[in-house]
Design a protein around this ligand. Structure first.
Ligand SMILES: C[S@@+](CC[C@H](N)C(=O)[O-])C[C@H]1O[C@@H](n2cnc3c(N)ncnc32)[C@H](O)[C@@H]1O
Length: 361
């Protein structure tokens, strides 16, 4: 379980301060110099991808090494690796010493596979050809308004994943990591009941559900997911020590939910879909809810005219990768709730996503 997160206001202030410092750094140099750095940012993603793909950060975990030593161990080309690592030293991911050895910096550490907050799967997912090709279509999306992924690949990302299970696994691992990072904050940010049942709709392997159940030893859980994901959830929930309190239920969130619970939770689900599909998911959930039952939407909020250091970028990721998915404002989420016979309740903020409550009327 990750350690207790800082208070949301502190975390948001630190993120905002980092942004201000980065903007201030840009003003130290002529605008074209700062802009040049922004123009090559895509290369940084690709360089990180090369490291993640070949496990270079893991190889550096034991201590500094030259590119030749690393290349020997990993079966890579020494000169290319040296040049790639040297370029990443510009951004502080590694440090190059006078003896030609590379050191993994604090910022580079989460590239390791065995790091407790590893971003390796996320980096690999971002660098998939399918993800990158959809990002490359963003210019067309700006012109046509059409989502990029289906325009580029001829099918939705979900159909693509169904045909490429190895890519789906990389994506799922990345999602799980983010949920694990936020689990402690989400478990403490909401007044989860002391007893009763919490149902996680499309909850992946149950990362958030496990976080809540560990905080609430007398609460039972229901995890609604697709069949393949449930198979993985068994082992995950077992390792988390809550398997005996969770019922695994196969279900299609767009159609029908067979789960009776006091609180239903949906994390990072609505942001994948357009309003019409969101209403289908909310409708299916609402039909399972008894009057008075609560739904908690866990979403990174995006108000129309507010720049969010993380949500504004996740939002364009949704623009390029999904069929009409987006980060929404509180008002937009409330509108979807009201259209689904849910009365908006409290909104609770964390350093990451917010918990937006609806009550079945
Ligand atoms: C973006 S992931 C979010 C997972 C989890 N809520 C989290 O935040 O870690 C979306 C999840 O929706 C699930 N899913 C997609 N379509 C579904 C459907 N029709 N019925 C149930 N689950 C579905 C996927 O298997 C996947 O785990």
């Amino acid at each position: 379980m990750p350690k207790r997160p800082p208070p949301p206001r502190v975390a948001r202030a630190v993120l905002a301060a980092r942004r201000l410092l980065l903007h201030a750094a840009d003003r130290l140099v002529p605008p074209e110099v700062a802009l040049f750095d922004h123009t090559v940012a895509f290369g940084r993603t690709r360089l990180l991808g090369a490291l993640a793909e070949h496990g270079v950060a893991d190889a550096l975990a034991g201590g500094p090494a030259t590119a030749a030593e690393l290349a020997g161990r990993l079966g890579l080309d020494a000169d290319s690796l040296h040049r790639v690592l040297r370029a990443l030293a510009v951004y502080g991911i590694v440090r190059l010493d006078r003896r030609g050895r590379f050191h993994l910096t604090a910022v580079g550490q989460p590239l390791r596979d065995d790091h407790p907050r590893s971003l390796r799967a996320w980096v690999r997912y971002l660098n998939l050809d399918s993800t990158q090709a959809a990002w490359a279509g963003v210019g067309d999306t700006v012109r046509t308004g059409e989502p990029s992924f289906p325009a580029v690949h001829g099918r939705s990302v979900w159909d693509h994943f169904a045909a490429h299970p190895e890519e789906e696994r990389t994506f799922a691992t990345a999602m799980r990591t983010f949920t694990e990072l936020d689990a402690a904050a989400m478990a403490s940010a909401y007044p989860w009941p002391e007893q009763g049942t919490v149902c996680d709709v499309a909850g992946g392997v149950g990362t958030l559900l496990a976080g809540v159940l560990r905080e609430r030893p007398r609460v039972l859980g229901v995890l609604v997911e697709a069949k393949g994901v449930l198979a993985e959830a068994e082992a995950y929930l077992d390792a988390a020590g809550v398997r005996d309190r969770v019922t695994l239920t196969e279900g299609n969130m767009f159609e029908r939910l067979d789960a009776k619970a006091d609180v239903y939770v949906m994390k990072d689900i609505l942001h994948d879909w357009d309003d019409e599909r969101c209403l289908a998911v909310l409708g299916a959930t609402r039909r399972a809810m008894a009057p008075g039952a609560r739904l908690v939407l866990v979403e990174a909020l995006q108000e129309r005219n507010r720049v969010e250091p993380i949500a504004s970028l996740v939002d364009v990721h949704m623009l390029t990768q999904t069929d009409g998915g987006r980060q929404r404002s509180v008002a937009e989420l409330h509108e979807l709730m009201r259209a689904s016979e849910l009365r908006p309740g409290e909104v609770r903020h964390t350093a990451g996503p917010a918990l937006v409550e609806g009550i079945a009327v």
